[in-house]
Design a protein around this ligand. Structure first.
Ligand SMILES: [Zn+2]
Length: 131
């Protein structure tokens, strides 16, 4: 686990385990990097799994490693974070979408494809949809 993320805690949330912050963030603050092995799209299709983050049409990060605590960030339909790639599309960083208070769960929108293929069939468990 990265020593830079001591303010982040994995805890139970409405969607199973989730990632929570113990410190506040300002809008557009960097929260955490989504890390993992960079693999090709065909390799990602072969592996499958819940922690694949698509960089572009050719490359995917497999974030299944337990060192990647960003993998605990759940999908939310009205999230408080957003992912953004670096300029070379090789790394993914998660930023605060708005001001975030201490003890809030961190979430981002997983994107239309993932939502339609994975989340919708099972029913979205984000706090907005469970209301
Ligand atoms: Zn939802």
């Amino acid at each position: 686990m990265s020593k830079n993320n001591l303010n982040l805690k994995v805890k139970r949330s409405s969607a199973g385990l989730g990632l929570f912050t113990t410190t506040p963030y300002q809008k557009d603050d960097l929260v955490i990097e989504y890390t993992g092995e960079t693999i090709t799209e065909p390799e990602a299709n072969k592996r499958g799994g819940k922690y694949l983050f698509e960089l572009n049409d050719d490359w995917v990060i497999d974030g299944k490693s337990r060192d990647n605590i960003a993998r605990y960030i759940n999908h939310h339909c009205k999230p408080n974070c957003y992912p953004k790639l670096n300029e070379t599309e090789t790394r993914v960083f998660i930023y605060a979408k708005r001001k975030i208070a201490a003890n809030e769960e961190l979430t981002y929108n997983y994107g239309k494809d993932y939502v339609n293929q994975v989340i919708k069939p099972a029913g979205c468990k984000c706090s907005r949809c469970l209301k």
